[in-house]
Design a protein around this ligand. Structure first.
Ligand code: GRG
Length: 302
């Protein structure tokens, strides 16, 4: 994307500045000490500080900014979300799952270290994510911290991301239809995107109407994100993406693109991103950064 953002610069720069701020917090939360057990922290850092677009952390900080949430609270929550996302990538890349050797332009965690270390690093990233949400520095109100913990657990456990991954594995020997693919993707990627947007409302104790608008935005944008992910698996460039492409096709998997065709899938993603932005109209220009993100999500090449 090359257009000027309403924040006085190119949106990619804004996204990158946020990524740097989140990475600083991630760096502080995972100090290395050279001990034998420190190997797992090194592997966590390898996975979580390894680049990536940092879309979910941006959703957290941008939604938090709508309600005047303090910078540290927002960044710690964003870091927790990125840890949970990174854990899912590490485990998804394992031989027992997708068996990938390239992620974010680098050898996957189990290739760079070993399988056992990658499993432990994923486990520890997930655990630390909840530790961070539960700590007082994330929010002074224990009820808010508890809500963050519960909602993220719902988003990434058996009711969300892990459930979606299970559904995916169970569906490997049969053809999914459109409602089933939509359900699968809502669980696998949509729910964490949902939590990332809702987190700002939780931190800011936002009124129900505002919170529901963010949930609706995430609902539509999450689906648009996944459709673009499917398109990139067909049309994307391995070098640019930093991960293998063409995986769905070679695995014989039905996707939004195989069911709809690339043109209709692209049109659907565009429509959903526009609809997502419309849900934010009640915030007026304060939500411009999230609207720019919606545009970025459908125009991205990685
Ligand atoms: C193994 C518990 C467990 C869950 C795996 C999320 C997931 C479920 C697997 C990730 C594999 C994958 C390619 C999912 C499709 C969409 C997705 C989440 C892509 C990666 O997210 P991006 O594009 O990645 O935001 P970056 O690297 O930019 O953070």
């Amino acid at each position: 994307m090359s257009g000027d953002s309403p924040m006085g610069g190119n949106f990619k720069d804004v996204l990158m500045a946020n990524a740097e701020a989140v990475e600083e917090v991630l760096d502080q939360l995972m100090p290395v000490d050279g001990s034998p057990e420190g190997r797992v922290t090194e592997a966590m850092r390898y996975a979580a500080l390894a680049g990536g677009k940092r879309i979910r952390p941006f959703m957290v900080t941008a939604s938090a900014s709508l309600f005047g949430v303090g910078k540290i609270c927002a960044l710690r929550t964003a870091a927790a979300v990125e840890m949970a996302h990174s854990y899912s990538l590490v485990h998804d890349d394992l031989p027992a799952m997708d068996d990938d050797d390239l992620r974010r332009g680098k050898p996957t965690c189990h290739i760079h270290y070993d399988e056992a270390t990658a499993i432990l690093a994923g486990d520890a990233l997930l655990t630390k994510a909840f530790q961070v949400l539960g700590e007082e520095e994330t929010h002074s109100d224990p009820a808010v911290r508890a809500e963050l913990v519960v909602e993220m657990a719902k988003a990434i456990g058996d009711e969300g991301m892990v459930g979606g991954q299970m559904f995916d594995l169970m569906a490997q020997d049969r053809t999914l239809n459109m409602p089933e693919i939509t359900h699968l993707q809502r669980l696998k990627t949509g729910k964490l995107i949902g939590f990332s947007c809702e987190a700002g409302a939780i931190l800011g104790k936002a009124p129900e109407k505002a919170r529901n608008a963010l949930i609706a935005y995430a609902h539509d944008l999450g689906l648009a994100f996944q459709i673009v992910d499917d398109l990139l698996d067909v049309e994307g460039d391995e070098k640019e993406m930093g991960k293998k492409v063409g995986k769905d096709l070679s695995a014989g998997k039905e996707t939004f693109v195989s069911l709809m065709g690339a043109d209709r899938a692209r049109a659907q993603a565009d429509m959903l991103a526009g609809q997502a932005s419309n849900h934010l109209d009640l915030f007026a220009e304060k939500a411009d950064s999230l609207k720019y993100l919606a545009e970025f999500v459908i125009k991205r090449r990685t």
